[in-house]
Write a protein that binds this ligand. Structure first.
Ligand SMILES: [Mn+2]
Length: 390
């Protein structure tokens, strides 16, 4: 059996003021094409279907389109709510959808929903665990006296589930899963739930594959078959350098070598990139011909004196410019103005200003700048003297 594990969709997300709806639609359509080409029968969505618990009408329409299109093409869809979703809203009409091959667990009631599929090697149980906090588990296991520990809460839920580990099992979950001391790679577009939300990957030892959502960079957790698929698109500049993907999983017979997987690169219509250098270089013909200027761009200009029209020129070159930052000696340098103490040189404002400028910008005034300032200070002094005389 082949299934495609897809991570955080965040339908309806805005990134630096740009709506991602159209990019999400195009990327999902290409994903369906690629899944079809790879003869995949099942799509697994690991939570954060929407970007917010009260999604916009447009975001709801997009998920509606995706599920309709996926089922029309013959896919079964298994989806769970993530921490960004409202479990109740995502499970709307789930009993009806079930008949169409779309499986979404009901709001958590203490038990773990499952979908059992079959192939030539037997059955595969997909366990659909919605995003869980200890507080959402506690009411159903009062005798266990659960505290704030995520691992203990999930252990309770898994132990109560009728999982037959002699058969093949896939867990679909949306949690912050940690393998020992290994630090996962985080992205700026994730919302940290807190420092105590970690779940020990050792809990999932019996599962043949664990399809995780929550972290936006594709990565394994400990073993290769416990994976974050990563988000559908790059949702922050911290993700600019990566490549987003879905995980194409092939399940063979139960056993050590029964799971095979490969990463299926996602194909967004526009990339999100960072460009860095002097303004003239960034907007030069050569630079613009090297990569698609229609991409979402974070421009970092390194000019010592950024031209006043830098933003306008970048916008003209990159229609999807998301942000401009300046990185030069003065922005990288941490000025310590307390080092400029009032002393005998206070008598000379030009010298004082020179020292301020140097501390602020990590370089001295140019002769031309000094000449301008000399003139300015001169005229101020003359004006001051004039007032004294009147
Ligand atoms: Mn997410």
């Amino acid at each position: 059996m082949k299934f495609l594990h897809v991570g955080d969709l965040h339908l309806g997300k805005m990134v630096n003021g740009f709506s991602m709806l159209e990019d999400q639609r195009v990327t999902l359509e290409r994903l369906l094409d690629d899944a079809e080409a790879a003869s995949v029968g099942v799509l697994v969505l690991s939570g954060d279907l929407y970007d917010r618990s009260m999604p916009s009408a447009e975001a709801v329409a997009l998920l509606d389109w995706f599920l309709t299109e996926a089922t029309a093409r013959g896919f079964q869809v298994l989806a769970i709510p993530g921490n960004h979703d409202s479990a109740e809203r995502v499970s709307y009409a789930s009993a009806l959808l079930e008949r169409q091959g779309v499986h979404v667990p009901p709001a958590f009631d203490g038990s773990l929903a499952s979908v059992v599929l079959e192939d030539e090697f037997g059955t595969v149980a997909f366990w659909l665990m919605p995003f869980l906090r200890p507080s959402s588990v506690r009411p159903f296991f009062e005798e266990k006296e659960l505290g704030a520990d995520y691992t203990e809460a999930l252990r309770c839920v898994l132990e109560a589930a009728p999982i037959d580990y002699s058969q093949r099992n896939v867990l679909v979950a949306h949690q912050f899963v940690l393998a020992g001391e290994l630090e996962p790679t985080r992205s700026d577009s994730e919302v940290a739930i807190g420092g105590v939300d970690g779940v020990d990957a050792a809990l999932f030892e019996g599962f043949d594959y664990v399809a995780l959502g929550h972290l936006h960079r594709p990565q394994k957790v400990g073993r290769e078959t416990v994976r974050y698929a990563g988000s559908l698109l790059k949702y922050s500049f911290s993700e600019a350098r990566g490549q987003k993907s879905a995980v194409l999983v092939s399940l063979g017979p139960k056993g050590e070598d029964g799971v095979d997987f490969s990463l299926l690169p996602l194909r967004p219509p526009h990339d999100l990139r960072e460009v860095e250098g002097p303004l003239e270089e960034l907007v030069s013909r050569e630079a613009l011909s090297e990569a698609d200027p229609g991409d979402y761009i974070h421009a970092i200009i390194t000019d010592d004196e950024p031209p006043a029209d830098a933003l306008a020129r970048l916008r003209a070159a990159f229609p999807r410019l998301m942000a401009m930052d300046v990185s030069n000696a003065s922005t990288r340098h941490e000025a310590d103005l307390s080092r400029i103490e009032a002393d005998e040189e206070m008598d000379d404002p030009l010298t004082l200003f020179e020292r301020f400028f140097e501390e602020q910008n990590a370089r001295p005034l140019t002769p031309a700048q000094r000449a301008v300032l000399e003139e300015v200070f001169e005229s101020c002094l003359v004006a001051g003297e004039g007032r004294d005389a009147s």
